[in-house]
Design a protein around this ligand. Structure first.
Ligand SMILES: [Fe+2]
Length: 207
């Protein structure tokens, strides 16, 4: 009679202690895409798209945080409306961040996640830690939007060229359109119109 194979011993002792402080090697390196996804998109396409989407992600996470900074630090007569507007835009950018990050994961890549990695990657200028006046806050936000909008236009065209219509659609429908709308709401605050007294038609404003 053949000897029965004995399964390798497994730890069967029941132990209620949580196994904390664990570390292990990464299961996928940053900058790679996993193989064999049935998406009908070749690996080089997914590699290029995930790389470009990570740039968009880093800039969008930076803009998101710039909105919260502005929400907290805003000062002056328009405090209340801008405090609310900045937080509304922040919330919309939070959703966009999630959509971009999950698109990267869906394509088999790895999304940037941590602030230090985002800071090393973003093209948006770092603001000071201190408070700035409203026109500067809004200008910084508009500059950040401009970088993102420019990147969106190039990225969607490239995605279409490569046959990645899903990425192209996401970038146009969800990222570009939302950013364009936010730009409108912000930039109207930098139009220098009288607040109380209508301007004398005979006097032309300088600048
Ligand atoms: Fe708040």
């Amino acid at each position: 009679m053949a000897k029965k194979e004995i399964a390798p011993a497994r730890q069967t002792t029941i132990n209620a202690q949580p196994r904390i402080h664990q570390r292990a090697a990464e299961i996928q390196a940053y900058g790679t895409v996993s193989h064999g996804l049935p998406l009908e998109l070749e690996e080089p396409v997914r590699l290029e798209m995930t790389e470009r989407l990570n740039l968009l992600l880093a800039d969008t996470m930076t803009l998101r945080d710039l909105y919260k900074k502005s929400h907290w630090q805003v000062a002056g007569p328009t405090f209340y409306q801008l405090h609310l507007l900045f937080d509304k835009h922040y919330g919309e950018q939070v959703e966009i961040v999630d959509e971009i990050a999950e698109r990267i994961q869906l394509l088999g890549g790895i999304s940037l996640a941590m602030a230090a990695d985002v800071a090393e990657t973003t093209r948006i200028e770092r603001p000071p830690r201190g408070r700035e006046e409203v026109p500067v806050q809004i200008s910084r936000l508009l500059d950040a939007h401009q970088i993102i909008i420019g990147h969106c236009r190039k990225l969607s065209r490239r995605a279409s060229e490569l046959g990645d219509d899903g990425t192209s659609d996401l970038v146009i429908s969800d990222v570009l359109r939302a950013n364009e709308l936010q730009v409108w709401f912000l930039s109207e605050h930098l139009v220098d119109v009288p607040l109380v007294h209508a301007q004398d038609p005979g006097v032309r404003r300088a600048g």
